[in-house]
Design a protein around this ligand. Sequence first.
Ligand code: 13P
Ligand code: SF4
Length: 302
Amino acid sequence: MGREDLTADIKRLKRARNAIILAHNYQLGEVQDVADLVGDSLELSREAAASDAGVIVFCGVRFMAETAKLLSPSKTVLLPEARAGCWMADMIDAPGLMRLRSEHPDAPVVCYVNSTAEVKAASDVCCTSANAERIVASFKEPEVIFVPDRNLGAWVAARTGKRVVLWPGYCLSHVRILPEDIERRRREHPGATVMVHPECIPAVTAVADFVLSTGGMVRFAAQSGASTLIVGTEIGIIHRLEKENPRKTFVPASEAAVCPNMKLTSLESLRDSLDRMEHAIEIDGSVLERASKSVRRMLEPK
Ligand code: 13P
Ligand code: SF4
């Protein structure tokens, strides 16, 4: 079946199911193009909470679809590719977090949304890369536990001046971006502006001009006067940046920054998911209740 027929099929099924299609900024271009909303983790979770569609199809990875389910438990949330996990989320489990908690009994636990529902349930509040600094700074305690991303945690520690207890998790795609990649790109594109994601290693965030969530990069690119931007994050975002800013040049900091989990979802798997109502996210009741508290707390007005 051709791409146009597939797209027509997806639109027809979407209407029949009263569904909304959410896609993360790292998804394949053709998947982004058929989505109702493309965004970062925070923007997509806000939409999942607000939407009145009966079915949410989440083109992203499992923790994102789980977050949508935590915010809208009565809705059907579908993850087109059951295998689409997140390496970082799998680097910590709830017993591990409980052990760390017992070593720092006075420290609140902030957990990055890139985590399982069980880990969210064992945390006080969630955050995304877009609000991590504000959430950590909001605690009066001088010490905060931050899991699972040690790089985002270190960046937040430097910005807030808090003592941040880190977990040794990281994103295998983002740690592939090295300071020498940034230096090389700057030499190749003199005068270009460098924006990187806070999941990059500290040696990279230290040499960037701006450290931003993927949604922050999209907004920054639109309003920046720079004609060339070097982009230090998963390369799927380049599709959206180029589409929305046809007169600007976007250069990936490293072609190696690819998240294979994000590339699993295709137009075919999206169509099949809507057709067969697969793969619905289910979260155990007691986990759901505690984990949704952590996610809702993150969305409370400042
Ligand atoms: P954003 O929330 O910035 O889109 O990041 C999500 C993610 O998984 C980064 O690797
Ligand atoms: Fe997880 Fe990294 Fe992929 Fe983001 S880019 S979903 S953190 S593995």
